[in-house]
Design a protein around this ligand. Structure first.
Ligand SMILES: N[C@@H](CCC(=O)N[C@@H](CS)C(=O)NCC(=O)O)C(=O)O
Length: 213
């Protein structure tokens, strides 16, 4: 059975949604990611990157990185229809997912949530006022720019790959959720996408499990 390691407020919620959409049995292990538990034993021995989402598969192997996990789930459970049928639609959906995870999350939200990891620590930068506040603001700007790009790419489609939910939508969902928490306005198409996501039974179940229903 697949085991998902997750932590409150993390991007692992998107993978949890995919597991619920698939409907096959799975286990979960909750970690206090914000409190640093992902960097301590026993988890750090499972994933030396110290990050969630992390999954352990039936054969005991560990898989990390959002896009790899999502794609592994989609191809392992093809009946769930988590990849668009049309190849060009699939490629465009992957383009959106990679940008969401790598740039909007990895560059933008990471600066907003963990500014100290991006701050220059030398006194010269400190006296120039280039501290945490600046990094946070820079992150917010990057997130807003990223949403503007995703907004255009989503266009008038209901989901990233067309008219059917897929793995890229799970990634859009977790950054949309962070935007709502952080008071970042979503452009209209993404706001509509977020509303559609919140109506999905799988999303509702996960929100309940995460104590956010
Ligand atoms: N590149 C990773 C990023 C995962 C990531 O940033 N996870 C965050 C939570 S959203 C985490 O575990 N942070 C713990 C830490 O860095 O201390 C992926 O695609 O899965």
């Amino acid at each position: 059975m697949t085991t998902l390691y997750w932590g409150p407020h993390t991007c692992a919620i998107g993978i949890h949604v995919l597991l619920e959409e698939i409907g096959a049995p799975y286990d979960t292990v909750k970690l206090d990611a914000a409190g640093g538990e992902t960097h301590k034993p026993p988890f750090i021995e499972i994933n030396p990157k110290g990050k969630v989402p992390t999954i352990i598969r039936d054969d005991g192997t560990v898989l990390t990185e959002y896009g790899a996990i999502a794609r592994w789930l989609a191809t392992t459970f093809p009946d769930a229809g988590l990849l668009p049928d049309d190849r060009e639609h699939e490629i465009r959906a992957m383009e959106m997912m990679d940008y969401t995870v790598g740039t909007v999350h990895g560059q933008g939200f990471a600066r907003m949530f963990l500014p100290a990891r991006f701050e220059p620590n030398d006194p010269v930068h400190a006296t120039l006022g280039l501290g945490a506040g600046n990094v946070k603001q820079q992150g917010r700007t990057m997130v807003e720019q990223g949403f503007a790009i995703l907004e255009k790419q989503l266009g008038t489609r209901d989901f990233a790959g067309g008219d059917r939910f897929g793995i890229a939508d799970s990634a859009l969902f977790y950054v949309e959720r962070w935007a709502a928490e952080e008071g970042v306005d979503l452009p209209p198409q993404l706001a509509g996408h977020f509303s559609r996501m919140k109506l999905r039974p799988a999303v509702r179940r996960v929100m309940e499990l995460w104590g956010e229903a």
